[in-house]
Design a protein around this ligand. Structure first.
Ligand code: FAD
Length: 474
């Protein structure tokens, strides 16, 4: 029998449910396939840095699979619809008996997978899908009345309870197979998609590097995570998001490694704080399945469609470029523009600033983040934006508005992070780093740094008014 593993955002050989299942039958001929779909990626605003990370990780995956006796084939076509046609042709040509793949939960991806199942089943190919990019399958953690939770805290409580009862299995890599490999592996031709180099020290591609970082993080840093995770000047978080978004790492590997190093975590202890973030990740994935409209540019709270967003390209550009005149916002945007990653606290601050200080539609921010982030992930990004914009499930209420200056003072007191990204503030003393123009005026200094593009207090009032009006209108 020939078994095909269709790899998508599960670029690893360890704890890969589809790969494991395909390899169960010892004498099956197992082949793997990755299909690049640049046109579709463009529609989904995939960042060129993520494309580059995938590209590098694929090379490593091809070698890792070859070491197990499995060939990774590669093909490029325009979009999802073309990929279904190609899969059908590939299965015919290679006489595939069974296809194995791991689910993706976004709407277009699910449509593609349903079309694939229909097409291949007609062709006589058995198709098996697996819940793999989550700790527990969407739909498996519900309220007493069998509904999806809309509030995170009870969801996470129920989640932990489920995990205490039984842990999801973490599968090893398959055993090496006695298949003969071709002399040369199929060429992985460069994607027809813009690729942008990223710092391999910060985000080493591939599964081995992801596992190494996970191990190191769970040994010690996870214990300081509760105090350090909100301080962008420190390297206090795992920086594993790109690995989880592209599947060079699975959340079950995170959970098992965490419990190996910190065995009491499900009951108590400091490492629970990090586990909670993994549960947030699952929460947003479960929500996508329960409410597919989230994938279609819809706010979760429909009344927020009435909010009269401002159309101000000048403000939007200033935000994108990190030139708003608010140091913490600008440093954060420049961190993302330059590295493809932004600290979580700063994602909250910059998203809040766009929506609540500039009254710009959160969907523009969501798209911009997606196009820049190396770890861009629809569920987490949409969830984060709808949280910040007060349009989502369990979102911040609209009248709770971050003050960008006090956020900066709280989380980057001395401006250590700000200074890294805003060299034009070098001469400003620590005590004035969050109000550089105030200092410059008092001291008759000239700064080559923009003045604040809006005044926070007035902006706040305006936001409260447009949200209140939308609520009233609905
Ligand atoms: P850690 O703090 O070490 O957390 C461990 C893992 O848990 C992360 O790698 C991530 O997979 C997950 N996680 C952590 N926080 C969250 C969260 N709030 N929601 C969902 N999952 C979480 N995360 C993405 O992976 N991709 C995105 O596109 C994305 N966009 C965001 C947009 C906004 C506006 C906000 C507020 C948050 C967004 N996040 C996104 C969530 C979070 O900011 C990042 O996951 C985190 O900063 C990644 O750094 P880390 O790997 O060091 O995280």
């Amino acid at each position: 029998a020939t078994h095909l593993v269709w790899l998508r955002n599960d670029l690893r050989i360890n704890d890969n449910s589809a790969l494991w299942a395909a390899c169960r039958q010892r004498d099956a001929n197992v082949v793997a396939l990755f299909i690049a779909t640049p046109q579709q990626w463009r529609q989904h605003d995939m960042s060129p840095r993520q494309a580059d990370y995938i590209w590098h990780s694929l090379q490593l995956l091809q070698q890792a699979l070859a070491a197990k006796g499995i060939v990774l084939h590669y093909y490029q076509c325009a979009d999802f619809s073309a990929s279904v046609d190609y899969l059908a042709a590939f299965c015919r040509e290679q006489q595939v008996d069974a296809l194995f793949y791991n689910y993706q939960y976004e709407f277009n991806e699910r449509e593609r997978d349903a079309a694939t199942e229909r097409r291949l089943t007609q062709q006589g190919v058995t198709v098996q899908g697996f819940d793999d990019s989550v700790l527990l399958p969407p739909g498996s953690v519900r309220t007493g009345s069998q509904k999806m939770y809309k509030v995170f805290t009870p969801f996470s409580k129920a989640y932990l309870q489920r995990l205490r009862i039984s842990l999801p299995e973490c599968l090893p890599a398959p055993e090496p197979r006695s298949q003969t490999l071709p002399q040369t592996l199929p060429a992985l031709a460069p994607f027809d998609y813009p690729r942008q180099a990223f710092d391999h020290q910060l985000f080493p591609p591939g599964e081995a590097a992801a596992l190494q970082r996970l191990r190191a993080f769970c040994r010690q840093p996870v214990m300081s995570y509760p105090e350090q995770r909100d301080l962008p000047a420190l390297d206090g978080t795992s920086r594993l998001s790109v690995c989880l978004a592209t599947g060079t790492l699975s959340p079950r590997q995170c959970l098992h490694r965490l419990l190996h190093e910190q065995p009491q975590t499900l009951e108590q202890g400091r490492a629970r704080v990090w586990l909670n973030e993994l549960i947030w990740r699952d929460f947003y994935r479960h929500l996508l399945v329960a409410f597919p409209a989230l994938c279609k540019n819809q706010p979760f709270m429909t009344w927020t469609k009435q909010v009269a967003w401002q159309d101000n390209p000048h403000h939007f550009t200033a935000w994108q470029q990190g030139k708003t005149g608010y140091p913490i916002v600008d440093a954060a945007m420049r961190q993302m523009n330059r590295t493809g990653w932004m600290h979580n606290r700063l994602r909250m601050i910059t998203a809040s600033f766009l929506v609540k200080d500039l009254q710009i539609n959160w969907q523009l921010g969501e798209r911009y983040f997606m196009s820049m982030l190396i770890d861009g992930d629809l569920a987490a990004n949409n969830g984060g934006w709808q949280w910040a914009a007060s349009t989502g499930t369990d979102a911040a209420p609209y009248f709770r508005i971050f003050n960008p200056t006090t956020q900066g003072e709280r989380f980057d007191k001395q401006g250590e992070f700000i200074r890294r990204w805003l060299p034009e503030l070098a001469k400003v003393p620590d005590s004035a780093i969050h109000d550089p123009h105030g200092w410059a005026k008092k001291n008759h200094q000239r700064l080559d740094y923009p003045s604040p593009i809006v005044e926070h207090k007035a902006a706040r009032e305006k936001t409260l008014a447009i949200f209140a009006a939308a609520r009233k209108a609905s």
